[in-house]
Design a protein around this ligand. Structure first.
Ligand SMILES: Nc1ncnc2c1ncn2[C@@H]1O[C@H](COP(=O)(O)OP(=O)(O)OP(=O)(O)O)[C@@H](O)[C@H]1O
Length: 598
């Protein structure tokens, strides 16, 4: 009997104990794995991976929850207490049915893995552009709002980075700061190192060659770059384009157009015109980039993306095209959109306004009208280095971060209407998704109750983990019914060499009763209200209205054809290229017929 017992003991000692592997940062985001093989696939070769093994599932989950709150905790510059006071964790969250979580089903983590399957597949015309770029061709691709220019550009950048990870060979730029942030780049001016760019190309190039320290860094940048991306090219002045082209030839000692740099340009000239430049008191009238002397030899004929993804309804697409060209024939179709649109879920349309102060006034008024405590989230801002390798000053950091859609401070209450300003790994939630704050909770409570926690798509490992604290974060219900606990995410501004110049860590939400047209650029919005009574510049009414995805969820007040103005030179240029495109398509058809019958 004694022998039998000791045998049994031996057997139980040799049985492998179950192990649980909690991953706070890995390829699939926060998740608990039940075996090392699965875990290692998600942490090995993942820079900054954080994981730990446990003998009980409960311990693994508790550690994971606390490490998520630790990473997400706010700035040390504000008292930690200000987060955890007042509101109790959201009482609507159901208590768990069992004392521990069901082993296989942890909804919070599962949604992260689902995201990887919901990737966008490029259309044939988007693919064709990508292929041409991979072959080394110069290209300008255009297309109306919602034809997937930004999606394509992001794919191009990924592809080029994968091909050559050295940041010096790829210049990622845009004409404006806000557009540059959207693609993880910097402004064209800052990449080129030309200040306001008023001097002649020879003088600017001469300075780079002549200057010892700063000049040589810029010279190296110009010499080493292989591909230069410029987004929102419509806002680049044609005279500046010519100057940069000449500088490229001079600095690289290469007579090929643009000194042999591959150009990838993107934008829609109907949307945003170049801003007039100043030389002292003199205002220099800009010209469009397509009117630059060297445009034709640099990029040739543009490629037009024709398939509109943002709007599915062809009637709406036709109306938007009429707005784009500034040729409104069916006025009634627009005036009919002045009717009131009612929503039953309590979420109102986002009002697009032209002035920032007005936006703040509307949002603050609506927030004040809500009962209950206001939770204020202050961002954690940090300074990096500029492309000269110097640490940026506090003032420079503030100026840079001011371009972000993410505010320094955001006050939220239960019932507040919010917009997500980051794509989440939780696949269907993207920049522009509309939702409502339905409560506040700690990350720990959310995990215990199977509530997903916001996890940023393609996130980089976090730098400088902030201090510990049991924080309350907003729980948001989005219009698609998903409920997600919103913890802070990173918003980074890069310098011209791809290094971090400034970073903001903030809850990725803004109040969304109103939004400025300027900040709505590039966005896809679910419910939109536009009042055209305000003065809109050329193309601005089109930008505002084309953010909407459906006519059912769009209200236009004070429509008048005179408010929808397109620049005559842009109309003329696009008409010409459209004619060429049609001729080319017909020729292709003729060639195909000939080949078929011969
Ligand atoms: N190949 C695709 N398949 C499915 N959806 C797509 C595709 N390309 C783009 N989209 C979707 O279409 C919408 C508009 O895309 P995007 O913002 O890239 O357009 P855009 O041309 O840059 O618009 P805008 O000029 O208004 O900024 C987004 O919701 C995007 O996810």
């Amino acid at each position: 009997m004694k022998r039998a017992l000791s045998k049994l003991k031996l057997a139980s000692n040799s049985m492998p104990k179950p192990k649980y592997y909690a991953v706070a940062q890995g390829k699939e985001g926060p998740k608990v794995y039940h075996n090392w093989d699965e875990c290692s696939k998600n942490v090995s070769r993942y820079p900054g991976a954080i994981h730990k093994s446990f003998s009980s599932l409960e311990h693994a989950e508790t550690w994971l929850a606390s490490s998520i709150s630790l990473q997400a905790a706010p700035s040390s510059s504000r008292p930690v207490d200000s987060f955890s006071h007042s509101q109790k964790p959201y009482s609507r969250i159901a208590k768990p049915k069992a004392p521990t979580l069901a082993p296989e089903v942890v909804k919070a983590y599962r949604s992260n893995t689902e995201a990887s399957t919901s990737k966008i597949t490029l259309s044939d015309e988007q693919q064709a552009v990508l292929q041409r770029i991979k072959r080394g061709e110069n290209i300008f691709f255009s297309g109306s709002a919602g034809t997937g220019k930004s999606v394509l550009l992001r794919e191009i950048i990924n592809e080029l980075k994968n091909r050559d990870p050295r940041s010096s060979t790829l210049g990622i730029t845009a004409s404006t700061g806000i557009a540059a942030i959207n693609i993880g780049g910097c402004t064209l001016h800052s990449w080129a190192g030309i200040g306001i760019g008023n001097e002649s190309a020879k003088k600017m190039a001469g300075k780079f060659i002549g200057q010892a320290k700063h000049g040589s860094m810029l010279l190296d940048r110009w010499k080493h770059v292989k591909t230069l991306i410029i987004d929102e090219i419509s806002m680049v002045d044609g005279q500046l384009f010519d100057k940069l082209e000449e500088m490229a030839r001079l600095l690289r000692g290469n007579d090929a157009p643009f000194g042999g740099i591959q150009l990838v340009l993107s934008g829609d000239f109907f949307q945003l015109p170049p801003v007039p430049n100043r030389n002292g008191d003199e205002i220099i009238t800009p010209v469009f980039a397509f009117d630059a002397k060297t445009w034709e030899i640099c990029v040739g004929r543009p490629v037009t993306l024709t398939r509109v993804f943002r709007q599915k309804d062809q009637t709406f697409v036709t109306l938007l095209n009429a707005m784009r060209f500034g040729k409104i024939e069916n006025v009634e179709a627009f005036t009919a959109l002045a009717r009131e649109v009612t929503y039953t879920d309590g979420l109102q349309p986002t009002e697009l306004l032209s002035r920032r102060e007005e936006v703040e006034r509307v949002n603050n008024r609506r927030l004040d009208q809500l009962p209950g405590n206001c939770e204020t989230y202050e961002a954690m801002d940090s300074r990096g280095t500029n492309s000269k390798g110097e640490k940026v000053s506090r003032e420079q950091m503030e100026r840079l971060l001011d371009r972000l859609v993410a505010p320094q401070s955001v006050g939220l209450k239960v019932g507040a209407q919010v917009m997500l300003i980051k794509n989440l790994a939780q696949g269907r939630l993207v920049n522009g998704s509309l939702g409502q704050v339905i409560g506040f909770s700690t990350a720990h409570d959310a995990i215990q109750r199977h509530v997903p926690i916001a996890d940023q798509e393609n996130k980089q490992p976090q730098h400088n983990p902030p201090p510990e604290g049991a924080q309350l974060w907003p729980l948001v219900r989005y219009t698609n019914g998903e409920e997600v606990l919103m913890i802070p995410q990173e918003f980074t501004i890069n310098n011209a060499d791809g290094g971090m110049e400034a970073r903001r860590t903030q809850v990725p939400l803004i109040l969304a009763w109103a939004l400025s047209v300027h900040k709505s650029q590039g966005q896809t919005l679910e419910r939109v209200k536009v009042d055209l009574k305000q003065t809109f510049e050329k193309g601005q009414a089109y930008v505002a209205v084309s953010r909407a995805t459906t006519m059912e969820h769009l209200q236009i007040l004070n429509f008048h054809p005179s408010k929808v103005v397109a620049h005559p030179r842009v109309q003329q240029w696009y008409t010409e290229i459209d004619r060429y495109r049609r001729v080319e398509e017909e020729m292709d058809m003729d060639d195909a017929m000939e080949a078929y019958y011969s």
